[in-house]
Design a protein around this ligand. Structure first.
Ligand SMILES: Cc1cc2nc3c(=O)[nH]c(=O)nc-3n(C[C@H](O)[C@H](O)[C@H](O)COP(=O)(O)OP(=O)(O)OC[C@H]3O[C@@H](n4cnc5c(N)ncnc54)[C@H](O)[C@@H]3O)c2cc1C
Length: 394
């Protein structure tokens, strides 16, 4: 195979998802020479994602709203026995985005600054020495190119082969996602479905993305294929016959707190570092939060001329300060809820309908930050009180 050598860059970002792209955008705005390497042929292609983000994400990270399909103000939560809690917020609390356009809009902001996002470039190896980091990427299986930079940011989502080569940490626990688009006709609002048979340890959803088209999906601890089949049988039986199983997408979602997210001349961010909400499996927001933190650390590295592991340790301290509590508490609550039987979930449903919990959620809930509300709910909801004492004594 032919090997080409590229010029030296300040920063190489591996992976053009929201985490890598946003880091590249910030560093580019600060004048650094950034190269983004992406293994797919195009940014935003073939993504498995419901595309739900909190309403604040666009202003917080100065992102374009052009990808927004709908705003979510109301949601129906459907219990295992098909009882419904209907929740309506005074304002939209989340947005449904077209994920391809979401990622592409960040990419466009970068490319407008003449930064190259090189697609069809799967990074296969990384070598770090005293003066630089070398990155080898394969292009269409035909050519291998060697790229060099001062520092590399690994933002490869749920792909961990580079982590293993560099002895970095990576998530050890995963949920399993399944999703397809269905033509259901007009649907009033986003739905969330609970039940051990359709989403063991997590939940399923219906998200309207057009006048007739919806995304139907789930995350589960096990058997995503079986859960998806049962979800359709139970909630959309008239679509069972026409369901094209080849169009159901499956993808894991990282879960739990990860360490060793930095090394000599290397930082890991986004889902590649487990920056995912352990309650809902949402990874876009935490990935963006950590891309800002990583960018700050990289910029300080350039000021000091220091990319040693000791200096970059600041990165993990900072992101853990921001996310550790969320990831830990969310993980424990979700694991605990996974053990509840459908009967116990029904009891919690009744309790929520009758006891002032909904006003509490309305007043104290936040789409992206869940731990404070969870701690409050643990005080109020009988089953969860046991969990509160476990978390406090941990
Ligand atoms: C069914 C399902 C539904 C979801 N719904 C939501 C949701 O509604 N809201 C939400 O916030 N999150 C959701 N998520 C999670 C969310 O999609 C991810 O957490 C998010 O995309 C992570 O962003 P990232 O930039 O860290 O990684 P990614 O978006 O995965 O981007 C990583 C990029 O790296 C590239 N790459 C990988 N390896 C290499 C390599 N060696 N060389 C070059 N490039 C490489 C990949 O091709 C990819 O483009 C969902 C996930 C699933 C499975």
């Amino acid at each position: 195979m032919r090997e080409k050598e590229d010029t030296m860059h300040d920063v190489i970002v591996v992976g053009a998802g929201p985490s890598g792209l946003n880091a590249a955008k910030i560093l580019t705005e600060k004048g650094l020479d950034v190269l983004v390497l992406e293994k797919k042929s195009e940014v935003g292609k073939h993504i498995t994602c419901a595309g739900i983000v909190g309403g604040e994400v666009f202003s917080e990270f100065q992102l374009s709203e052009e990808s927004v399909l709908k705003k979510i103000r109301e949601i129906k939560i459907v219990s295992p026995d098909s009882n419904i809690i209907y929740y309506k917020h005074p304002d939209p609390f989340a947005y449904i985005v077209d994920r391809e356009r979401f990622d592409k809009s960040i990419a466009r902001d970068i490319e407008e600054r003449k930064v190259k996002i090189q697609c069809d470039s799967k990074v296969e190896n990384i070598h770090v020495d005293n003066d630089s980091v070398q990155v080898w990427a394969g292009t269409n299986g035909k050519q291998r190119t060697k790229f060099t930079a001062q520092i590399v940011l690994i933002a490869t989502g749920v792909n961990y082969s580079l982590h293993k080569k560099l002895d970095l940490g990576y998530p050890k626990d995963f949920l399993h996602g399944a999703q397809a688009e269905l033509d259901l006709g007009p649907v009033d609002c986003t739905h969330m479905f609970l039940g051990k048979d359709i989403a063991a340890g997590a939940f399923a959803w219906l998200v309207p993305i057009g006048p007739k088209i919806v995304k139907v999906g789930l995350i589960t601890e096990s058997d995503p294929e079986g859960c998806f089949q049962r979800l359709i049988e139970k909630h959309f039986p008239s679509h069972l016959q026409n369901l094209d199983r080849t169009r159901v997408q499956f993808k894991p979602i990282a879960q739990g707190l990860t360490s060793k997210t930095y090394g000599e001349r290397v930082l890991v961010l986004g889902e590649a570092a487990g920056h995912v909400k352990t309650t809902t499996g949402g990874g876009i927001y935490f990935g963006l939060v950590c891309s800002e933190i990583a960018s700050g650390v990289v910029l300080r590295g350039f000021e000091k001329g220091d990319f040693t592991k000791n200096s970059l340790a600041e990165y993990e301290k900072l992101w853990k300060k921001s996310l550790q509590k969320e990831i830990r508490i969310g993980y424990k609550v979700r694991k605990f809820c996974a053990k509840l039987s459908d009967r116990q979930i029904e009891k919690i449903f009744k309790f929520i309908q009758s006891d002032g919990i909904i006003p509490l959620v309305q007043e104290r809930g936040d789409f992206d930050w869940h731990s404070d509300l969870l701690l409050l709910l643990m005080k109020r909801i009988p089953f969860l009180q046991i969990l509160k004492s476990q978390i406090v004594n941990d």
